[in-house]
Ligand binder design. Structure first.
Ligand SMILES: Cc1cc2nc3c(=O)[nH]c(=O)nc-3n(C[C@H](O)[C@H](O)[C@H](O)COP(=O)(O)O)c2cc1C
Length: 176
């Protein structure tokens, strides 16, 4: 099952790269998922939502299209998720439909959970299924490896949803 691991922070000096690499290593050790890094820092998106698509937008949309499931690695900025993530999410539409989305969040005391709640609302609009279970990291206190058990359960559940929905898509078209 193809899992796109979307690294949402593009901030200079970001922690997101380390969190994303940690998660990709764990996912890469499994034989039931095929994780692929989709790091938003690699896409040169336009400053304004363009009238016509660009090569980098097409590349991002293609990554969404080819995936069976998603893990969004998100920090929390002022009780929400970063603008870089919203910009990217909004470039795709149909390509998100009927696929599961799981979250690896991080921040200070709230462990990125306010960001996740906002993302759930966005991803509902995009006809996805968001997972109840996730990985939430307090950067001030937590050791990443202590979250390995949570990551493993989340991937088990993502695999369940990802294969169930992929089979359902193959059987009959989604009503939208
Ligand atoms: C603009 C900004 C706002 C932030 N707001 C919050 C917040 O509301 N809650 C929180 O727990 N951490 C907050 N933080 C701390 C970030 O979660 C922390 O700096 C994290 O490393 C940011 O992710 P990044 O380094 O991958 O960009 C904020 C950080 C920034 C830069």
């Amino acid at each position: 099952m193809r899992v796109a691991v979307i690294i949402g922070s593009t901030r200079e000096g970001r922690v997101g790269e380390k969190v994303g690499e940690w998660f990709l290593r764990l996912a890469g050790d499994r034989d039931d998922v095929e994780p692929r890094a989709v790091d938003l820092v690699d896409f040169d998106f336009p400053a304004r939502y363009p009238d016509h698509t660009t090569a980098h937008i097409r590349d991002f949309v293609h990554e969404v299209d080819r995936a069976d499931a998603f893990v969004v690695v998100t920090p929390e900025y002022n009780r929400s998720f970063p603008a870089s993530l919203k910009q990217a999410i909004d470039y795709a539409y149909d390509e998100w439909h009927t696929k599961p989305v799981a979250f690896v969040s991080y921040g200070h005391g709230s462990r990125g959970l306010y960001a996740v709640e906002h993302l759930r609302s966005v991803f509902t609009e995009l006809h996805t299924v968001t997972l109840r279970n996730g990985v939430a990291v307090n950067l001030l206190d937590d050791v990443l490896d202590e979250r390995a058990g949570a990551a493993s359960l989340m991937l088990d559940q993502l695999h369940w949803w990802g294969t169930a929905l992929r089979d359902a898509r193959a059987r009959r078209p989604y009503a939208s």
